[in-house]
Design a binder for this molecule. Structure first.
Ligand SMILES: C[S@@+](CC[C@H](N)C(=O)[O-])C[C@H]1O[C@@H](n2cnc3c(N)ncnc32)[C@H](O)[C@@H]1O
Length: 275
């Protein structure tokens, strides 16, 4: 596994992913229906975006976390000849250990033939990549971990091949920060606020996410130590940066993107390098 020594800088607000017992419980909490469904949606958007690409496909999961036991369709394509590749990038070493554990079984272990685990920050990994290396970058629940969104877009414009894509799921676009979601409570400037109120976020604002012990059950209390800092990025900002770096952009609900009628709501961002 590749390793980089710059964790301190990247890991601000990510302590929970560096704590073994918290990371393990968090990864287990992610074994819920909604999480699987979102991964399937991302997988479907990816397949639609790469349908004209030829094998082998070079891909990277940026902030991959514990679950390479997702993306069945993409892995099927990466495993078909000539075989593709996926860099599974995460700054937290234990998340990478968990990722290996979740595919250490008959059903998934073939994926080890195409995955390389890379312990590094997202921006730091991209900086090191040769220009025009990536056919596909994936960010699931991680765009809002990035404070310097301008740098992310600049790197995408350099490191995607012409024709390359970034497919990301987005948490929120609405500037109204809710107090509570299925999995977590949100804090504004480090403070809890009542369930029936919202806070207005501005671009680049940070907020804290505190995860519940049991998904969907706030009364079961918080998962000890499981809190993380995220950053708000508006749709206007995403569009402005796409324009600045000459990237084609789609942002919105996956159903509109794939022309589907039913299903859960999930915001997706696609960036395409067309020139
Ligand atoms: C919310 S989890 C999402 C994991 C995975 N993408 C998923 O959907 O299950 C965030 C993960 O991204 C990693 N992460 C967050 N910010 C990062 C950064 N700047 N560089 C590398 N990894 C990061 C964390 O260590 C953690 O494993």
């Amino acid at each position: 596994m590749e390793k980089e020594p710059n964790h301190k800088k990247v890991s601000v607000g990510l302590d929970m992913y560096f704590n073994h017992s918290v990371a393990e419980k968090f990864a287990e909490l992610e074994q819920n229906e909604k999480n699987f469904r979102v991964a399937e949606i991302v997988d479907d958007v990816i397949m639609s975006e790469i349908k004209d690409m030829k094998n082998p496909i070079f891909s990277a999961e940026l902030g991959g976390g514990a679950h390479p036991d997702r993306y069945d369709k993409l892995f099927e394509q990466l495993l078909s000849e000539p075989r593709g590749h996926m860099d599974w990038v995460d700054v937290a070493p234990y998340m990478l250990e968990l990722a290996k554990k979740y595919i250490d079984n008959e059903k998934y272990k073939e994926r080890l033939n195409v995955i390389k685990f890379v312990e590094n920050g997202i921006l730091e990994y991209l900086e090191k990549l040769p220009a025009e290396k990536l056919d596909l970058a994936i960010m699931k629940y991680t765009v809002d971990h990035i404070a310097d969104l301008d740098r992310l877009f600049a790197l995408m414009s350099q490191k995607l091949k012409t024709g390359g894509k970034l497919v990301a799921s987005l948490g929120v676009l609405d500037p109204q920060l809710k107090s509570i979601s299925t999995n977590a409570r949100f804090l504004y400037n480090g403070q809890e606020f009542p369930e029936d109120t919202v806070k207005m976020l501005k671009d680049g604002d940070s907020f804290t996410v505190k995860f519940f012990n049991v998904s969907g059950d706030p009364k079961a209390g918080y998962l000890k130590g499981a809190e993380t800092v995220k950053y708000y990025h508006s749709e206007e900002k995403l569009r402005e940066l796409a324009k600045k770096y000459n990237l084609d952009i789609s942002v919105g609900d996956w159903k509109e993107m794939l022309e589907k009628r039913g299903g859960i709501d999930q915001l997706i961002l696609v960036l395409r390098k067309t020139v």
